[in-house]
Design a protein around this ligand. Structure first.
Ligand code: F6P
Length: 554
């Protein structure tokens, strides 16, 4: 048994779970008219209703007891003050410094990083202004019309999600494109739409060694030279965002065109850094700074709010509650806003790369569940796709509903319908429908007793399915910044309870290593007639199919 499962707080939660497991939320609402007020809170412009959870007044205090025993408050302080909490890589974790809008210094190894942070922000402002105002011109003297961000993982998902979310505010001339996949179809289909003379490429890679990004960057550079015949035009059309100056220069991008960040910024936490340049280009640096300010407001809340009124902490503890005591192993994210359509995909990397771990910080195997599977799609679309399983399937799936009170595109009754659907889903998931309610409803519609009996099992809903509702005023840069920071901190707080390192990602390495070996077998023309025997039968068989096909088409 690990330390976590031996804790008194853990054992108390197990007992509490046994007591509460069969309690119905709808009865709790019936018994307590003040439940909504008791289990809701606001922070940084976000309202959280967590009253539709399987909790009573003793649940959160018990969960907070667990958080205290795990030293959550101390871990939060350690992160903000720059301790090397990413222990396997020996690094500080300071994405919060990138959006530190206060005058407080942030120290890493004895020096304040804030002057460097502000200097890169100033360079981002001057560059993005010049492109937006057309003073930055391409090799033929034309204004830039298209911007292609080439990156993957954190160097793609964050900027892509945010530029989509803030599309309403984007520059009318500049069209944003994101290329991530090493599948040639991604870069080719993107380049097909572009004029080289008016396109700016942003090569975004923390390490500048990522295979997919470098392959796409080389293809883009070759295309640019082929289209324009001007290799000397590259400085006007290629910029890099990276921590690795020497690799950027080796690729052929001048250091003057490189926007720097630092190894204390994790890839999936990097949209606040130079990696956000595509965001600044799309919506302007003022809005990018509003995004930072929104996140900073949530940072201040996370750092200073008491644990029982701390939104990221409450959300994290609810995830622990369902994950570890109810055995729920997935978590649904349902944004009721079309602009947030990439938010679940972004959260998949944030949460699953961070908390998809099976050993503690000390390398001991865990004997409890860690990060759940995160998935989702925007509502109302999801209602016509996966919601059936959430309502009547055999899995318990806690869900976060995210909705703005005000639409950026008010038209007809659309927004009232959107809100109604969002609130109705959480009500239906909580209340369900009993056999008695069904019988009354069907009788009123003229159904016979036999018909009612035949359909009873199919048309009743167990209910008691937990949801959080996160309400924004509207989707703007500040509220989006706060929302993203909320989930970043939630994920960190969960990792502290589970005793795992949320900031490394060794699990992605093995596949990368093996891909290099297989690429050497199927990638180079001189190997095409060889026959692979060095793997298991399945992998050999697949490699040999590829070699055969590639031999035929070469
Ligand atoms: O392979 C995983 C990963 O390391 C992510 O953590 C990261 O966001 C992504 O690859 C891209 O890395 P880079 O920015 O160094 O190209």
């Amino acid at each position: 048994m690990t330390t976590l499962t031996r804790l008194a707080a853990w054992q108390s939660l197990q007992q509490h779970h046994e007591q509460i497991a069969d309690a119905q939320m709808k009865d709790m609402f019936g018994a307590d008219p003040d439940r909504f007020n008791k289990f809701s809170l606001s922070a940084a412009g976000i309202f959280l209703d967590y009253s539709k959870n399987r909790i009573d007044e003793s649940t959160i205090p018990l969960l907070l007891g667990l958080a205290r025993e795990r030293g959550l408050q101390e871990s939060i302080a350690a992160m903000f003050q720059g301790d090397a909490i990413n222990s396997t890589e020996g690094r500080s974790v300071l994405h919060t410094a990138l959006r530190n809008r206060s005058e407080r210094p942030v120290m890493v190894e004895g020096s304040d990083v804030m002057p460097e942070v502000r200097s890169v922000l100033a360079r981002m402002r001057s560059f993005s202004d010049s492109v937006r105002e057309s003073t930055w011109r391409g090799c033929n003297g034309d204004a830039i019309t298209d911007i292609v961000n080439i990156g993957i993982g954190g160097s793609d998902l964050g900027p892509l999600m945010v530029t989509e979310a803030l599309d309403r505010y984007s520059h009318p001339r500049l069209k944003m494109h994101f290329v991530s996949n090493v599948d040639g179809s991604h870069i080719v289909s993107t380049l097909d739409k572009l004029e080289a003379e008016t396109t700016l490429f942003i090569i975004a890679s923390k390490t500048f060694t990522t295979q997919e990004t470098l392959a796409n960057a080389h293809t883009a550079r070759q295309w640019f030279v082929d289209q324009t015949g001007k290799a000397d035009g590259i400085p006007k059309h290629f910029v890099a965002l990276s921590t690795n100056r020497s690799e950027v220069e080796a690729f052929g991008i001048d250091a003057a065109n490189m926007f720097e960040f630092w190894d204390w910024v994790g890839g999936r936490y990097s949209l606040w850094s130079a990696i956000g340049l595509s965001i600044a280009l799309a919506v302007g640096m003022d809005r990018f700074e509003e995004l930072l300010s929104g996140a900073h407001a949530m940072d201040e809340h996370f750092m200073t709010a008491p644990m029982e009124a701390n939104m990221p902490v409450i959300l994290a503890l609810l995830t622990v509650w369902y994950n570890n005591f109810f055995g729920a192993n997935s978590h649904l994210i349902a944004p009721y806003d079309q602009y947030l359509h990439r938010f679940p995909a972004y959260l998949q990397q944030l949460t699953m790369e961070s908390n998809g771990k099976s050993v503690t910080r000390d390398g001991e195997a865990v004997d409890y569940a860690t990060g759940p599977i995160v998935w989702g799609e925007p509502g109302t679309n999801g209602q016509h796709a996966y919601f059936q399983l959430v309502h009547q399937g055999t899995h318990l799936i806690p869900a976060d509903f995210i909705v703005p009170l005000e639409s950026l595109n008010p038209v007809g009754d659309h927004h009232a319908m959107l809100l109604a659907n969002c609130f109705a889903q959480t009500e239906a998931l909580m209340r369900g429908k009993t056999a008695e309610e069904l019988a009354i409803e069907m009788k009123q519609q003229g159904a016979s007793d036999a018909e009612i009996a035949r359909l009873r099992g199919h048309k009743t809903f167990a209910g008691n399915r937990p949801t959080n509702t996160l309400v924004l005023g509207t989707v703007d840069a500040a509220s989006l910044g706060a929302l993203i920071a909320l989930y970043e901190h939630k994920v960190f707080a969960e990792s502290v309870v589970w005793g795992i390192n949320a900031f490394d990602q060794w699990g992605v390495e093995l596949g990368k290593q093996l891909a290099k070996t297989i690429y050497a077998e199927i990638g180079a023309a001189q190997h095409l007639t060889q026959h692979s025997t060095g793997h298991d039968a399945s992998t050999n068989g697949l490699i040999n199919m590829a070699i055969k096909r590639r031999t035929l088409v070469s």
